[in-house]
Design a protein around this ligand. Structure first.
Ligand code: AHG
Ligand code: MN
Ligand code: MN
Length: 341
């Protein structure tokens, strides 16, 4: 991604300019995105100095998924939730770090926000890229004003905005409101996110595949065959493809967005429904990838059309460049049909 003009546009300026294109807009979604941007700057600062402030390492507890919680996970969770609470436009938050819905002070607020406050947290201790992921929905009008869990159970196609902040060699914020993908790079010297790309489109085909191959033995046959296909030699499609796996979905998908290719987290013996969470990992990253011209599927269904029945449900995911994802779908279909017949 690269800047298209010499004029520097900050995240706040960009959000206001975008909002001005819609005369009826109330500015609330813009405020929400700015709140997330502010929390992200604070998280970015802590991520960068985690080693010296002893925020590194586990805090000793486990989250609702039985995974050990790192101190920075909790810090990021608190920063994001309190930023959203302050501006009184979000009524509830669902976060990886909290079991049920978190009701905010503004019960009348229009927006529901899903968060993975820190994705890839097992990478914190080894100084590898991590990120915060968000997904925003509107609360639907109902007769009963009390907020319940089912208010939050909406399919990904109803997201009004989604994005992530990647704390990598630089800190980048990428988001969409359904009108293309915009990316911003944090300039730490002035503390501002600066527009680096507007309406970003990803390559239609890429030469990188990304999957944790340690679980190879328990994959379905079609996936095993597809990975072998990626490794075979073929000049026309540029195979063998390169293998890259960071272990932070947000960073693996960001690379896929920029360079093209495919990221896969499939069902396996250990994770029969996949490991990644539909509502705060798969849906928001699918919204970004689709807006950039890519595809995201669970193997059969478009990820964003899955009707959720639980806040923290998992799904297998195949996400990336159009041609790569179409190819893996062909393999899955062929070998699934063989099992049936
Ligand atoms: P989180 O740190 O939010 O719990 O997410 C970790 C996820 C995801 O980021 C990554 O793609 C995946 O776990 C890696 O899992 P494996 O170690 O099983 O490959
Ligand atoms: Mn995660
Ligand atoms: Mn997380």
């Amino acid at each position: 991604m690269s800047a298209k003009s010499n004029k520097l546009v900050t995240l706040d300026e960009y959000i206001i300019q975008s909002q001005n294109r819609f005369p009826g807009a109330t500015g609330e979604l813009s405020q929400l995105l700015r709140d997330i941007g502010l929390a992200a700057k604070i998280i970015s600062r802590e991520v960068n100095k985690a080693g010296i402030t002893s925020l590194l390492g586990a805090d000793g507890s486990t989250n609702i998924h039985g995974e050990s919680v790192k101190k920075l996970d909790l810090f990021a969770d608190q920063q994001l939730i309190s930023a959203l609470d302050r501006s009184l436009i979000t009524c509830m938050v669902i976060s990886e770090e909290n079991d049920g819905i978190v009701r905010l002070n503004s019960q009348g607020g229009k927006y529901i926000v899903y968060l993975d406050p820190l994705d890839g947290s097992s990478n914190i201790d080894v100084n590898v890229s991590i990120g915060s992921i968000f997904s925003i929905y509107m609360r639907e009008a109902r007769f009963d004003p009390n907020l319940v869990e089912s208010d939050a159970l909406q399919p990904g196609v109803r997201q009004v905005a989604a994005g992530y902040v990647l704390y990598g060699s630089s800190t980048i914020m990428v988001y969409t409101t359904g009108m293309g993908v915009s990316a911003f790079t944090l300039d730490p010297s002035i503390g501002e996110f600066i527009l680096s790309d507007d309406d970003f489109q990803m390559p239609e085909h890429g030469r990188i595949y990304s999957i944790n191959e340690g679980s190879y033995n328990s994959w379905e046959l079609g996936l095993k065959k597809y990975i072998k296909y990626c490794q075979e030699e073929d000049d026309e499609t540029g195979r063998p493809y390169k293998a890259r796996y960071i272990g932070s979905m947000v960073a693996d998908v960001h690379r896929t967005l920029i360079k093209g290719g495919i990221f896969i987290y499939p069902a396996s013996k250990r994770y029969p429904n996949g490991k990644l969470r539909l509502m705060y990992e798969c849906n928001p990253l699918s919204f970004i990838i689709e807006q950039a011209g890519g595809i995201s599927t669970d193997g059969e269904r478009r990820i964003m059309e899955i009707m959720p029945d639980a806040l923290h449900q998992e799904t297998p995911i195949f996400i990336g460049s159009k041609k790569n994802v179409e190819k893996v779908k062909e393999f899955l279909k062929e070998y699934r049909e063989e099992v049936v017949s």
